[in-house]
Design a protein around this ligand. Structure first.
Ligand code: NAD
Length: 290
């Protein structure tokens, strides 16, 4: 078994991005600039946004973090998005999800101009991805593709099973793995909460991508010997062994599954850092396009 080390790979990717930024600056260009909007004070969201802002600093980007209170109205949030849309100094905008229940996530996503949608969630960008046209790929699936690519994982002709059909991970992932590309050309099965024979399907996977948000859901008996496992899940669970009082768990029971597979991502240190690196890559692409 070999680890698909997202931390290491994302550091390589970030070094490459930082070099590109230095080159642009040396030629008199400007730093790429990412703006993030955080609504409320959800602990996990706070951690993710801070990690993104820190990553921007590391590669030499400018960043702006806009904090809005939990009870901000939908219209106020949309106005902030519109303001950033029109700000020529900002190349990319993300609104950290989830949002409070009184705000429509799809309305917010659709208000971000596709040219600055570096999370790749806008319907225009998802449509372009589906047609295999140049676009901002959704950050998590793009990070997984990059990770598989950098480890030279053979995907062509393989059976890829995706567990979970969310708009931001599972569904776009299934499209990317099926498309005609270096990492792609898989026969894909997209499974979800209504799938009846999940264990049987997951056991037939050469590549299993798990994104459902249920800690240690995938057990050894659900995995084929020699499979490649990508664990997207991140759930905070209480722990009396850490200073913070909680730790992160993936959707795969790592200890029992790892010995069975050829490659596996750890949690943390697998898909998470790759997601951030993809976000930076999209922001760089956006800045270059100007
Ligand atoms: P979501 O909650 O939007 O969707 C979960 C999906 O799982 C649904 O499509 C549902 O049909 C499916 N599902 C639920 N129970 C199931 C079952 N018993 N069998 C089969 N399918 C089932 O999920 P999401 O936003 O894609 O997030 C999934 C996990 O990935 C979460 O833990 C989240 O925190 C994590 N995540 C990690 C990153 C990262 O960067 N590492 C990014 C996004 C999400």
């Amino acid at each position: 078994m070999q680890l698909l080390d997202g931390k290491l790979t994302s550091n390589t990717l970030k070094d490459e991005i930082a070099k590109e930024v230095s080159k642009v600056l040396a030629q008199g260009g400007k730093k790429p600039h990412l703006a993030a909007i955080l609504v409320g004070s959800n602990g996990a969201s706070e951690t993710y946004v801070n990690a993104k802002v820190k990553a921007c600093e590391k590669v030499g980007f400018d960043s702006t973090l806009v904090r809005m209170s939990e009870d901000v109205s939908e219209e106020e949030l949309l106005n902030e998005v519109r303001k950033i849309n029109e700000n020529p100094a900002i190349d990319g905008l993300i609104v950290q999800l989830p949002l409070p229940k009184h705000i429509s996530e799809i309305k917010v996503t659709e208000t971000i101009v596709p040219e600055k949608d570096v999370d790749g969630f806008h319907p225009v960008n998802l449509g372009r991805m589906t047609l295999n046209l140049p676009t901002f790929l959704p950050a998590t699936p793009a990070g997984i593709v990059e990770l598989l690519d950098r480890y030279d994982i053979e995907t062509s002709g393989k059976h890829c099973v995706v567990i979970g059909r969310s708009h931001i991970v599972g569904s776009p992932m299934s499209i990317l793995m099926a498309r005609n590309a270096k990492v792609g050309n898989c026969t894909v099965t997209l499974t979800h909460s209504r799938t009846t024979n999940l264990e049987e399907i997951s056991r037939s996977a050469d590549i299993l991508i798990v994104a459902l948000g249920k800690p240690e859901f995938v057990t050894a008996d659900m995995v084929k010997e020699g499979a490649v496992i990508v664990d997207v899940g991140i759930t905070r669970v209480k722990s009396d062994k850490t200073k913070s009082g909680w730790k992160l768990k993936g959707d795969v029971a790592f200890d029992e599954v790892a010995p069975k597979c050829s490659f596996i991502t750890p949690v943390p240190g697998g898909v998470g850092p790759m997601t951030i690196a993809s976000l930076l890559k999209n922001t760089l692409i956006s800045a270059r396009g100007k």
